[in-house]
Design a protein around this ligand. Structure first.
Ligand SMILES: Cc1cc2nc3c(=O)[nH]c(=O)nc-3n(C[C@H](O)[C@H](O)[C@H](O)COP(=O)(O)OP(=O)(O)OC[C@H]3O[C@@H](n4cnc5c(N)ncnc54)[C@H](O)[C@@H]3O)c2cc1C
Length: 457
């Protein structure tokens, strides 16, 4: 029995944590988080996610301290830092959760090589960041599923491992140096309405959700104003909730709500198995349509209007303003905002995906890039040329206009569904709407341009 290092990455929790469980069988454990220079330099460390991360690290440290341990934080090159800590503590093994991005694979390979050169072992654990391991279910003819429905059928039949309790005690070797934990207060330009992070918060939300919200999920998940989804996405992104535990516990609740909720968790695994098999899909079209997108320069005014929530389409603007204010957006809003940028404005999906990643607290390479590709029709959608009409969709998913009224105060005086088409107002009524803009494009014009670009006119 010796010393083990647990390298925490996107799994910032103590409950249902296979690496920690395995490492805790050693005499002593070093729970380590490295502020990885490569992640910082690649532009992924944006204020909203850094602030949420700070909450997560504080909470993880607090949970470890209650168990007799503490979190060790270092900054720099992740491989060098792990090797340093392993050498300082004479650890003979390092435990890590498996992950799917090209960067995660590279990190794993580099770590294995460096540790083995020093006579130490790397253990990579599955089913920490996904419920079902990418590659565990595959179609006969490929290394991954490109269509969700058959994936879901097989995914549903995979027996999940048991949920693991949090450890009772964690013994950390004496004298291991740690940097100070980052604090949310030290991070500027954070969205005003950003949610709180950390496993304690996540678990209390999970308990409330399983007792209440999940039951109505099937009926209400698209209700923009109702805000009746779980809001677990940042917790799943940072791993303060375990996907295995969520699926297991949701399956103990009867009814269509939990079933629909589990299906969404399967979408998350679906995108992860696509990215694991095709890491290039983070930046390149998964299924190219040979688009010749408008140049960013030519479309710059439209892009700016979209980013600032001033397209003149109230539901799109509401969604984009929610993103800026909360660092989070309702799924229906994400679909509408993405369809509008990529199809109606015919702007490259990467421009939109980048903006989302700059602000989303749950901003995630697999989910963000592949959902953007899905909506742009370059991904796994079996109807790649569908275009969402923001007016019809708004009337359906925000029938009283409450969502728009919440996020677009210039229109707050408008009653009922009329709020979705302010350009139809005449004279003084229109003039009273402060400076809310006219639509930046006619929907029919946008549709015609898109159809022509895709050879469908
Ligand atoms: C253009 C676009 C960009 C997106 N970017 C991200 C992103 O960066 N990070 C992210 O986590 N999700 C992203 N999504 C997926 C989805 O919108 C969010 O996961 C969801 O809105 C989060 O809210 P929730 O936790 O309340 O979800 P719920 O509806 O309560 O669903 C529960 C969980 O299921 C998963 N899930 C739900 N819908 C999807 C989906 N379409 N694809 C994959 N997983 C899903 C999420 O982990 C979510 O937390 C994006 C969707 C679109 C259309």
């Amino acid at each position: 029995m010796n010393v083990s290092v647990v390298l925490f990455t996107a799994d910032l929790r103590l409950h249902d944590h296979p690496p920690l469980r395995a490492a805790n069988e050693s005499r002593e454990v070093v729970p380590l988080f490295v502020r990885d220079r490569a992640v910082m330099d690649a532009g992924f460390a944006v204020p909203n996610r850094l602030a949420f991360l700070a909450d997560c690290l504080h909470d993880l440290d607090g949970g470890l301290r209650k168990r007799g341990g503490r979190l060790v934080v270092r900054s720099g090159d992740v491989v060098e830092e792990v090797c340093k800590v392993a050498a300082e503590t004479d650890a003979d093994e390092v435990h890590l959760a498996g992950d799917v991005s090209a960067y995660a694979h590279l990190r794993e390979r580099r770590l294995r090589r460096a540790l083995e050169a020093e006579g130490r072992r790397l253990h990579v654990h599955d089913t920490v960041t996904t419920a079902v391991t990418p590659g565990e279910v595959t179609p006969a003819s490929s290394d991954h599923f490109a269509v969700f429905t058959p994936y879901f059928r097989q995914w549903s039949g995979v027996p999940l491992r048991d949920v693991l309790a949090a450890p009772r005690t964690v013994r950390v070797p004496e004298g291991v140096g740690s940097e100070e934990l980052p604090s949310r207060a030290g991070i500027s330009v954070v969205s005003e309405g950003l949610a709180a992070g950390g496993e304690t918060e996540a678990r209390s939300r999970m308990c409330a959700w399983l007792r209440g919200g999940i039951g109505a999920y099937e009926d209400r998940h698209d209700d923009l104003a109702g805000d009746a989804t779980s809001r677990f996405s940042p917790h799943l992104h940072f791993g303060t909730l375990s996907p295995v535990e969520l699926v297991q516990r949701a399956r103990t609740v009867e009814g269509p709500g939990p079933e629909a909720f589990v299906r969404q968790l399967a979408w998350r695994d679906f995108h992860r198995q696509v990215l694991a098999a095709r890491p290039g899909a983070a930046t390149a079209d998964y299924r190219t349509k040979r688009d010749r997108w408008r140049s960013e320069y030519a479309a710059r005014a439209d892009i700016e209007a979209w980013k600032t929530g001033r397209t003149g389409y109230p539901v799109v603007d509401a969604a984009m303003r929610q993103l800026r204010h909360e660092g989070w957006m309702h799924n229906r809003g994400r679909l509408l905002a993405a369809s509008f940028l990529a199809k109606t404005l015919y702007v490259d999906w990467r421009v939109g995906a980048r903006h989302f990643l700059d602000l989303l607290v749950d901003g995630d390479v697999a989910n963000n890039q592949l959902n953007w590709q899905w909506m742009a029709g370059t991904g796994t959608d079996t109807r790649p040329n569908r275009v969402l009409n923001p007016v019809t969709q708004a009337k359906r998913y925000d029938p009283d206009g409450e969502y728009v009224r919440r996020w677009v105060p210039e229109l707050a005086s408008l009653e009922g569904p009329a709020i979705h088409e302010p350009w139809k107002l005449r004279g003084l009524d229109r003039a009273a709407l402060d400076d809310y803009p006219d639509p930046i494009v006619e929907l029919s014009e946008g549709l015609a341009r898109f159809k022509q670009a895709r050879g469908r006119d």
